[in-house]
Design a protein around this ligand. Structure first.
Ligand SMILES: Nc1ncnc2c1ncn2[C@@H]1O[C@H](COP(=O)(O)OP(=O)(O)OP(=O)(O)O)[C@@H](O)[C@H]1O
Length: 238
């Protein structure tokens, strides 16, 4: 049985007086991809932000490798082995690709050079762009830089908020391919995706969120095969 690397229990969070995520309990196992799908405004991004420490939990628990991290500052959470790629504002636009990657090694700058070489190996398309400012890259290239920066932390757990958002169909395929390759290297991934079918296809497990709660969960295959999920969330009929 695979170890749980990330677990939330009854996690509740929101903004000011607005409670958005309610009693979210989930487990992410070692080496697995879990894809979170659901309608706009369901609270998917808020859940990732809460796990990453960007939004403070109201109640409940978040553990990485059985260590409680709920309520810790985002920087401490990143040091505990979890990297988070937000949907927006995820690179320094004035800095080059290479400078962005180097910034990604902030927890241990001495390792930056060696880790950079590994990340270029993972994302070969970034190599010719190393001297280009992130603000001058395409949306897909920028998304790859953000992903690369997260990998500079050499995380055990990666949180990805809509990695395929705004990408061309070709870039979407490339992005999912990279997600799969990073996972094959042993990184557990919790990913929010609007592109639900493609996201579930590369995932081991899936979670459907609705109105801030976990509405359904199961193996990705079972969600792809479910009539209810197909009609409500995948835009297809089985
Ligand atoms: N910074 C914020 N301050 C106040 N309310 C917010 C903030 N960010 C999000 N919300 C609200 O929280 C709710 C959930 O938003 P969230 O972005 O988590 O949903 P989502 O499922 O990721 O949606 P989408 O698929 O459209 O990205 C929405 O009603 C949204 O208006």
């Amino acid at each position: 049985m695979a170890e749980t690397v990330l677990a939330t229990r009854s996690l509740t969070s929101g903004y000011g007086k607005a409670v958005i995520c309610q009693n979210v309990t989930l487990d992410l196992c070692e080496g697995q991809i879990t894809c979170i799908i659901g309608p706009n405004g369901a609270g998917k991004s808020t859940l990732l932000k809460t796990i990453a420490g960007v939004v403070r939990p109201i109640s409940g628990s978040v553990c990485i490798a059985r260590r409680e991290i709920a309520g810790l500052p985002a920087a401490s959470i990143a040091r505990s082995g979890m990297a988070y790629v937000p949907q927006e504002a995820n690179v320094f636009r004035q800095l080059t690709t290479h400078e962005n990657l180097t910034m990604g090694a902030w927890t241990d700058p001495r390792r930056a050079e060696a880790t950079c070489a590994r990340v270029y190996g993972m994302f070969p398309d970034l190599k010719p762009l190393r001297r280009v400012r992130a603000g001058n890259l395409s949306g897909g290239q920028r998304q790859m830089v953000a992903f690369g920066m997260a990998m500079m932390l050499e995380p055990q757990v990666l949180l990805l908020d809509e990695p395929s958002a705004g990408l061309s169909p070709l870039m979407v395929r490339q992005m999912f391919d990279i997600v799969r390759r990073v996972n094959a290297q042993g990184v557990a991934i919790l990913m929010v995706e609007q592109n639900a079918i493609e996201g579930l296809r590369i995932a081991h497990r899936g979670i459907v969120m609705a109105a801030g709660r976990v509405a359904l969960e199961g193996t990705a295959q079972s969600l792809l095969a479910s009539n209810e999920v197909s009609e409500l969330y995948l835009g297809t009929r089985a």
